[in-house]
Write a protein that binds this ligand. Structure first.
Ligand code: GLC
Length: 428
């Protein structure tokens, strides 16, 4: 057989799915903007908020029909998109990721694909419409979380969760897949620019993932066809799949795996770590275990040190307001970022880190050393190139240092109550 013939035969057998995804120029630009933005706020708000037990409440063996009765009492009379968006913007966050439909299956917008939605509650107003309009007005990006799981619909082929919530007799993947794509089409054609679709739930079939085909390539292609700049992310806890634009880490800074969901390799896509402000994503009445402002700032700095974004979650309350403590944290982070954002936004990883004590970010020839542990007394940092100056970022005052054999060494005196002591090194 000639080589040409072999090649021709091989070409015939190349499956269509082997085509590689080529992001459009708009998409690449959106990726860069995303990577530069460093900080977003996640909002988990749905019918589950009514039960005040977190967004997984239904999975505790609750009958979906009983659960759905909450819709008839959903009346978040204090919801005000403008105050949410204003408070979030003032925190320095550059985008909001909102749960359009979580695993419970309730849609927070005027969807025509299912009656189980916000319009059929006493409240009766489209939350996504209000949020999208307000985000566009205030110039902050809106991302939409979308669950692949549905614990209410009978056509969803149940995986390892939600098995006790509904009758499992009528799985119909084709019908369910079409339903999801019709919903995604609504979200991407009726609410103006959407910054990202943030999928979740792939892991519901992870034990049979080789057998179960989520048909993601077509769905991703649909998103990109409707809005080329819309980023596709999927919280599957794997290295990114073809067609994805960002890589998501749940509850861990990339490279760490304390929560057990993040052993995957770090890709070259823009990175995002999502984390809760307290312990739960959806509002949980017993969960007042908020991280301190200092802890949250350090978390943001650590993610920036990895070149990643922090997507920090808040669970809005049943009445439609954000919890007071969450508002206080937003305001504190905002104050900190307005003074120090220069060393965070638009930076990339500076390369060097010493565990959770020291991390670095970089912008052009400026290297920012972030000391985020008060016990650090001295630094010894390898630096490529030559050092021109070393100053404290806050006061821009010159600091004593030595630079020898490619190593910057210096003593560090951290002022009291400093969540992040920043040293700015200008390189030649
Ligand atoms: C997990 C949880 C889900 C939550 C998400 C946020 O996938 O199942 O409830 O929305 O993490 O990262």
């Amino acid at each position: 057989m000639t080589l040409t013939l072999i090649l021709a035969l091989l070409a015939t057998f190349t499956p269509i799915t082997a085509q590689t995804y080529n992001p459009t120029p708009e998409n690449l630009k959106a990726r860069q903007e995303f990577a530069d933005s460093k900080f977003g706020i996640f909002l988990h708000w749905g019918l589950y908020s009514m039960f005040a037990q977190g967004e997984w409440y239904m999975n505790r063996g609750i009958d979906s029909k009983e659960y759905a009765k909450a819709a008839d009492a959903f009346y978040p009379h204090r919801f005000d998109a403008e105050s949410w968006v204003s408070a979030i913007k003032a925190s320095g966050a550059k985008y909001i990721c909102f749960t359009s439909r979580h695993h419970e299956g309730f849609s927070m917008w005027d969807t025509k694909q299912s009656d189980y939605n916000i319009m059929n509650t006493p409240y009766g107003r489209d939350v996504i419409r209000q949020l999208a309009d307000e985000c566009h007005r205030q110039g902050i990006k809106l991302h939409l979380y979308y669950s692949h799981i549905d614990w209410t619909r009978e056509d969803y082929p149940a995986g390892r969760t939600g098995r006790t919530t509904k009758s499992l007799d009528n799985p119909d993947w084709r019908g369910y897949y079409d339903f999801m794509n019709a919903q995604i089409t609504e979200l991407l054609t009726q609410y103006g620019e959407i910054g990202a679709i943030w999928f979740d739930g792939w892991w519901d079939h992870d034990s049979d993932s080789t057998a179960f085909d989520w048909e993601l390539p077509y769905q991703y292609e649909l998103v990109h066809r409707l809005q080329p700049a819309c980023l596709v992310g999927n919280n599957h806890h794997q290295t990114p799949f073809e067609g994805e634009d960002i890589q998501i880490f749940e509850r861990d800074v990339p490279g760490q795996n304390k929560a057990g969901l993040s052993g995957q390799e770090i890709s070259r896509l823009p990175l995002e770590t999502c984390q809760t402000m307290n312990g739960m994503w959806g509002y949980k009445v017993a969960d007042q275990n908020y991280k301190s402002t200092t802890e949250l700032i350090r978390l943001l700095v650590q993610t920036s040190g990895k070149g990643a974004n922090l997507l920090l979650n808040i669970g809005p309350q049943p009445d439609g307001t954000l919890p007071e403590t969450a508002l206080a944290r937003l305001s504190d982070i905002g104050q900190w970022l307005s003074a120090n954002g220069e060393a965070i936004y638009g930076t990339e990883s500076g390369g060097y880190a010493d565990g959770e004590k020291v991390v670095t970010t970089r912008k052009g020839n400026r290297l920012f050393i972030h000391v985020i542990d008060e016990t650090v007394g001295s630094l010894n940092i390898p630096i490529e190139g030559k050092v021109k100056s070393v100053v404290s970022f806050a006061g821009q005052t010159a600091l004593d240092y030595k630079f020898r054999d490619g190593h910057l060494t210096m003593e560090v005196i951290i002022p009291a109550d400093t969540p992040d002591y920043i040293i700015e090194v200008t390189l030649k």
